[in-house]
Design a protein around this ligand. Sequence first.
Ligand SMILES: Cc1cc2nc3c(=O)[nH]c(=O)nc-3n(C[C@H](O)[C@H](O)[C@H](O)COP(=O)(O)O)c2cc1C
Length: 388
Amino acid sequence: MVDASTLNSDPDRLLFAYWVPNVSGGLVVSKIPQNTGWDLKSNVRYARTAESVGFEYALTQIRFAASYSAASQHESVSFSQALLHHTEKLKVIAAILPGPWNPAVVAKQVASIDNYTDGRLAVNIVSGWNKSEFHAIGEWWLDHAERYRRSYEFMKCLRGIWTAPEDEGFTFAGDFYRFRNYKLSPKPIASPHPEIFQGGNSDDAKNNGAEVSDWYFMNGMDLEGFRAQIADVKERAKNFGRENVVKFAVNAFVIVRDTEEEAIRTLQEIQGKADVEAVEAFKKEVQNAGASSSNKQGMWATSTFNDLVQYNDGFKTKLIGTKEQVAERIVLLKSLGVNLMLTGFLNYEEEVEAFGKNVIPLVRELEKRGRGKDEAFEIERTGDVYRK
Ligand SMILES: Cc1cc2nc3c(=O)[nH]c(=O)nc-3n(C[C@H](O)[C@H](O)[C@H](O)COP(=O)(O)O)c2cc1C
């Protein structure tokens, strides 16, 4: 049996997270059979397994209405809380959408859950791309830059409320939110406050990563894409003295099989059995993300039909092959500056455990040998796979 605490004792280790399937339909928009439940009982099983085999984080999704293949969706904060009550070490990242939520509610709600669960709740502030969903629930639809400006204020308020001096409280006068000497009690236990993730690939998302979020979450992409994004966010972060503060997380859909051919066949089957109607509808809707920003760049802006079968471009990260190949690619990503690997799987019933038992120890072994630090060496060794 793998001992997760020994496995994760190195302070410089790469962290592993998995997507919580709190929406129906699995992690791919495909009619291929998926052995992945989205109910709480199944998810409690996945979470307990995950923490026992070395995953340290789990990420929930927020959807108010059907999209991609997620016809039904459980709400992210309540789902995260339930998972926290059934686990002991795992940190759960709850997705939060500014608009439906305001920062006063989130700061209070998260501080309370943090107190019940030894500070194990984090948040992922998502800025929104699904216009139909906003319309369905009567939310104002702001343009791209404005959505991110609202998220910026939202994150400033969360951090401010959680860390404000006891005697003064938090005061803020923004365009979206206002607070006057607001004193939150109890404060969260997590120090200095619950971690704040946010993601996207547009300049607006990068600016928020540079200035306010603790983590910058990237969709799947190729090697040059990751290098450019990380360099760009770090460059922007210099203006705020945060160049070495902001951390990077990357999404990947993982297919580990005994042979590379088998893994690629699984990928082809997933894509070959794509739910065409759902992928096409998703493709249309995601034009409201990066493609609608001022320079028309960002998440999904250049994604093909096949890319979108995994709704966060997770195939592009190419964690598809044998366990050894996947471990090598992960240390390459680490050498680029990636701090956390977010994973998704076809069959959660088997693959969360298998990844923990087969791949995480290999990565730890490579890290112990000093791998994952020298970018030029890792690119030379494995980089070609991203250039094919
Ligand atoms: C890892 C990750 C998780 C995300 N989770 C959600 C989510 O649960 N709900 C949601 O509406 N958007 C989610 N998003 C979408 C982002 O908030 C954002 O709208 C999208 O990345 C488009 O970004 P861009 O226009 O800046 O490129 C997620 C994005 C990433 C990278």
